[in-house]
Design a protein around this ligand. Structure first.
Ligand SMILES: [Zn+2]
Length: 456
C-alpha cells in the first residue's frame, strides 16, 4: 500500500462584512491502492451525512455521456474498481453542481472523493455556500456568474492534482470551531484537471456534507476479505477462492466448483503439455462483481496469468448450468499461457502466436468434448451449420477441432498448444494433416451438411 498524504492549509481571508463562512482548511489524502478512501489525513465517505438526502442538480456544464447519474454522488456507495464510469459522476469539460440540503444546516465538513487509475483522479474545484437570505442571492448561478457577487460565500479551493492517480479525498473543515457556517445551499464549481491534456474531467465517487448537530456518521468500510485455501490430495497444487464480493457463493464454490477444477487442472496439463514448462502450482479463483464495470458486464469469466475471475452475476445465474464448464474453459487458459519454458526462449518473441480462434477453440474443445461431452454444447446442428466456419472461435472451432482429431491428428490439442509457445503458422496444418486449414474447414462443413441431409 502506498499512501501519499498531503495536507495543505488554505485559510481564506476575507474582509467582507457580509461573510458568514468561517475560515476553512482543506485536508487532502490519497492512496494508489484500494483503501476504500481511508487515508492518513481524511476519513472515508459517510453514508448518512446531510448530503445523503439532499437534492443535487447540474446548473452549468454537461455531464459526460458515460457518467453515472448525479445520484452516484450521494448514494453512500463507492466504486469497486479504479476505472468505473458507471459509479462516478463526471462532466465533459467542467461544470457546476448545486446541492440543496432542504434546510439550513450547521455545516461541519464538506468532503469529496474521486477514484481513477489515470488522468481522472485529480480534483480541482471551488466550493461555495449560502443560506439563501442575501438580498442579491442568485439561487442558481450558472456559467459565467460570479457566485461571490451573487450572495454566495467562497468556502475553499480544492486541488488534489499534485497527487498520484488512485483514490483522492479532500475534506474541508473549519480552521477553528465546529462549523463552516449555517448553510442550506452548497455549490461546487468543478474544473477540468489543468495538469492533464485530455480525459481530464474528474471521476467523482461521493460528496459528503456533514451536519455539526449529528447524527453520528456511518463510514464506508472496505469489505473484509473472504478467502479459503485448498490443496490437491497429492499436495502438488494449491488454490485460493476469493469470495469477498460474493459471500453467498462461497459454500457453493467450495463444494462444487473448486473440487472439479482441482481434478481437471492436472488433467488439462496432461492434455496440452509443453516439455520443460511447469504451469503454476497455485491458482486464485475470484468471484467478482463485474456487472458494473464498463464493458465487462456480460463477460462470464476471464483468466490472467494464474488468476481466474468469475462474474458473480453469471455464477449466480448459472450455478446449476454453465458455471463449472466456464471454470474449465478459463483453467485451460491458465495452462495455455503459463510462464516461460525453463531455459527456453521467451514465449512468442519473434514468433507468431496462434490467433485467438485457435486458443479459444482449444479451451472450448477441452470443455465441451472432454469435460462435459454429454451436454453436446458444441454440436453443429441444422440451425447453425450454414453459418459454421472453422475459425468462428469457441464452440464452433471446438467442433472443427473434434473433426480434425477424429479424422487426421489425434495429438492436435498438444500440437496446437505447443504452437502457443514455439510459434504458429498455417503451414502447420498441412504438415500435420496433409491439407490446408481451409481445405479441412470445407471438408468438415460438408461432412456436417451431409450428416444433416442439407445442402450448402
Ligand atoms: Zn476464453
Amino acid at each position: 500500500m502506498k499512501l501519499s498524504p498531503l495536507a495543505i492549509l488554505l485559510p481564506l481571508a476575507s474582509g467582507l462584512a457580509a461573510l458568514q463562512a468561517a475560515p476553512a482548511k482543506v485536508s487532502i489524502g490519497s492512496s494508489s491502492e484500494d483503501t476504500a478512501f481511508e487515508t492518513k489525513t481524511t476519513p472515508p465517505p459517510a453514508s448518512n451525512d446531510a448530503a445523503t438526502g439532499a437534492t443535487f442538480k447540474v446548473i452549468a456544464g454537461t455531464p459526460d455521456p458515460n457518467s453515472a447519474p448525479l445520484a452516484a454522488l450521494n448514494d453512500g456507495k463507492i466504486p469497486r474498481s479504479d476505472d468505473e464510469p458507471s459509479s462516478n459522476f463526471f462532466f465533459s469539460g467542467g461544470g457546476r453542481i448545486l446541492v440543496d440540503l432542504g434546510k439550513a444546516v450547521d455545516v461541519a465538513t464538506i468532503a469529496s472523493y474521486s477514484w481513477h487509475s489515470g488522468s481522472r483522479s485529480g480534483q480541482f474545484y471551488q466550493v461555495y455556500a449560502a443560506d439563501g437570505t442575501a438580498k442579491d442571492f442568485v439561487p442558481e448561478p450558472g456559467a459565467g456568474v460570479d457566485p461571490e457577487k451573487s450572495g454566495w460565500n467562497l468556502i475553499a479551493k480544492v486541488d488534489t492534482t499534485a497527487n498520484k492517480p488512485g483514490q483522492h479525498a479532500a475534506s474541508i473543515s473549519p480552521d477553528s470551531g465546529k462549523s463552516l457556517g449555517n448553510f442550506r445551499y452548497v455549490l461546487f464549481d468543478i474544473q477540468k484537471n489543468p495538469k492533464e491534456p485530455r480525459f481530464n474531467d474528474t471521476f467523482f465517487s461521493e460528496i459528503d456534507i456533514t451536519d455539526a448537530a449529528g447524527p453520528e456518521l456511518v463510514r464506508v468500510v472496505k469489505p473484509k476479505k473472504i478467502t479459503q485455501d485448498f490443496a490437491s490430495k497429492d499436495g502438488k497444487y494449491t488454490y485460493t477462492l476469493d469470495a469477498t464480493e460474493a459471500p453467498d457463493l462461497q459454500e457453493w464454490a467450495a463444494k462444487n466448483l473448486i473440487p472439479v477444477l482441482d481434478v481437471w487442472y492436472p488433467k488439462i496439463i496432461d492434455i496440452i503439455p509443453v516439455e520443460g514448462m511447469k504451469p503454476s502450482s497455485h491458482i486464485t479463483f475470484t468471484l467478482k462483481d463485474i456487472t458494473s464495470v464498463s464493458g465487462m458486464g456480460g463477460v462470464p469469466a476471464y483468466a490472467s496469468g494464474n488468476s481466474v475471475v468469475f462474474n458473480t452475476k453469471f455464477m449466480r445465474d448459472q450455478a446449476g448450468g454453465e458455471a463449472i464448464g466456464a471454470g474449465i474453459h478459463e483453467t485451460v487458459h491458465v495452462v495455455q499461457f503459463a510462464g516461460e519454458r525453463a531455459g527456453g526462449e521467451p514465449r512468442g518473441r519473434g514468433k507468431s502466436r496462434p490467433p485467438t480462434w485457435v486458443t479459444e477453440g482449444v479451451a472450448d474443445y477441452i470443455r465441451w468434448f472432454l469435460y462435459e461431452p454429454e451436454k453436446h454444447g458444441a454440436d453443429i446442428t441444422a440451425r447453425n451449420v450454414k453459418q459454421s466456419h472453422y475459425d468462428a472461435s469457441y464452440r464452433v472451432t471446438a467442433n472443427f477441432f473434434d473433426y480434425v482429431i477424429k479424422n487426421y491428428e489425434k495429438d492436435l490439442m498438444r500440437k496446437l498448444n505447443l504452437a502457443t509457445h514455439d510459434g504458429y503458422s498455417e503451414d502447420l496444418w498441412k504438415e500435420w494433416t496433409g491439407k490446408t486449414v481451409q481445405e479441412l474447414g470445407a471438408e468438415w462443413k460438408k461432412a456436417n451438411l451431409d450428416r444433416l441431409g442439407l445442402k450448402e
